[in-house]
Design a protein around this ligand. Structure first.
Ligand code: NDP
Ligand code: HSE
Length: 431
């Protein structure tokens, strides 16, 4: 029976989960794979920390080099978080000829192009199932199961923390801070939850998915990203009145000229759409391939055990790769697409919320600016129960160019009768 040596870098939420579940299902995995995994070293920052998952003290080190230097370690599992330290560590692991597994979407989104190039040169696979959508096997699906397809679109709810917060705010009336604290205590949030809240954690995952689906590495500086931090409970309620639910949605689409649109932002989706019913920490990916048609993947997007499930799947892939080396090293570039659509060129329906003076003629001024820009309004609501003198005004805008819509909204924001910064959110109808 072959034994595969593993160096585990990180023993927090996910690393602890990998160790715990490898031990719990050791016999099952060994029988299924015909090989056994031996964790030979565990790297952490603080050796004195009390840990909810226990492992023999002799395995722990605070020196990452010990994992690289041990010739009996064939597979490095990077679960530390951050970028600079894992980047240097993964470069060294590849140079040392070790298979790499990582759940670090920030690392891959920012440095994937370089790391996959190094992996290709050294003929070492990098596996990263846990980096996108937690326990959902979407990387293997896009890379392997759907290899026959051109992807027309991929829509995803890709951040468990944001979805958990939106759900708790909507269904339980919690305020933002209380819902975030719950997500942190459940191990869903990043060590710096800013990335969850400002949309960048989901954006990193969207970059990885888009790069994998379209064969060129998408640059983080070229995509549009906004988080749930500026969303108000009013927006959630107005959207509901109009028949929509607001989700932090990743939208990845190819147009007829093969230009790829990638954006992550709070988006109104029809409440009747299947993605609107994805609640709590659950993630979902809804994609359209030209061969397979529409497919939906749903599961837990964060947390110890679901994420460990994906890391262990990558360990199984590593066992297979050690047995028979592969041609695919985790990401294959090709030149069938190669260009991103600038966000200004994106065409979408929009939701526009304003706070305006309650005086005659206000609606006409606003409609005039939109009309002059060739932008049509499909509906207007002026909710009851507002403070005297000012009131919210919500406009639904027909398909319009984003750049032109922003210019018109800037003119509207400059009107004396408009009292606060407008909220402009896209509406995705999936048509
Ligand atoms: P945690 O903060 O819970 O754990 C990080 C671990 O890495 C800790 O054990 C920490 O040591 C160790 N560590 C950090 N820096 C170093 C270093 N320089 N040298 C050695 N060890 C170090 O993070 P998570 O487990 O939540 O996340 C790990 C990775 O997995 C991240 O990239 C995250 O984005 C990703 N991920 C997380 C998911 C989740 O649900 N939490 C889901 C999917 C992916 P110490 O314990 O001593 O501080
Ligand atoms: N913080 C991430 C989330 C973890 O909430 O989705 C999973 O990648």
């Amino acid at each position: 029976m072959e034994s595969i040596g593993i160096g585990l870098a990180g023993f927090g939420t996910v690393g602890g989960g990998v160790y715990k579940n490898l031990e719990a299902n050791r016999a099952l995995l060994t029988q299924r794979l015909g090989a056994s995994f031996e964790i030979r070293r565990i790297a952490v920052r603080d050796l004195s920390k009390l840990r909810p998952v226990s492992a023999p003290a002799s395995l722990f080190t605070s020196d990452l080099a010990e994992l690289i230097d041990d010739p009996a370690i064939q597979v490095i599992v990077e679960l530390m978080g951050g970028i600079e330290i894992p980047l240097a560590f993964v470069r060294k692991a590849i140079a040392a000829g070790k298979i790499v597994i990582t759940g670090n979407k920030a690392l891959l989104a920012e440095h994937g192009a370089e790391l996959f190039q190094l992996a290709r040169e050294r003929r070492i696979p990098i596996f990263y199932e846990a980096a996108v959508a937690g326990g959902i096997p979407i990387i293997k699906t896009v890379r392997e199961a759907f290899i026959a397809n051109r992807f027309e679109s991929i829509h995803g709810i890709l951040n468990g923390t944001s979805n958990y917060i939106l759900t708790r705010m909507t269904d339980a009336g919690l305020d933002f801070e209380a819902a975030l604290e719950e997500a942190q205590s459940l191990g869903y949030a990043e060590s710096d939850p800013t990335l969850d809240i400002n949309g960048w954690d989901a954006a990193h995952k969207a970059i990885i998915l888009a790069s994998l689906a379209y064969g060129f590495w998408v640059q983080s500086s070229d995509i549009y990203v906004a988080g749930i931090d500026r969303l108000t409970s009013d927006d959630i309620q107005f959207a509901a009145q109009l028949g929509y639910t607001i989700k932090l949605l990743a939208t990845i689409k190819a147009d007829a000229d093969n230009a790829i649109e990638v954006r992550v932002c709070p988006t109104l989706i029809p409440s009747s759409h299947v993605l609107a019913s994805v609640k709590g920490v659950f993630n979902a990916v809804w994609l359209r391939g030209d061969v397979v048609g529409e497919s939906l993947f749903y599961g837990r997007g964060a947390g110890q055990d679901p994420t460990a499930s994906s890391v262990i799947a990558d360990l199984a892939e590593s066992a297979i790769a050690l047995e028979s080396p592969r041609r695919c090293y985790g990401f294959t570039s090709h030149d069938l697409y190669g260009k991103l659509k600038p966000v200004e060129a994106v065409v979408s329906q929009f939701y526009l919320r304003l706070l305006v003076d309650d005086t005659p003629g206000v609606l006409a001024k606003i409609a005039g600016i939109l009309g002059d820009a060739g932008i049509g309004i499909s509906s207007v609501i002026q909710p009851e129960g507002h403070d005297a003198g000012q009131l919210p005004l919500v406009l639904m805008i027909h398909d319009a160019n984003y750049g032109r819509t922003c210019e018109a909204v800037a003119k509207i924001a400059a009107l004396a009768c408009v009292k606060a910064e407008p909220a402009l959110l896209p509406v995705e109808t999936f048509s």
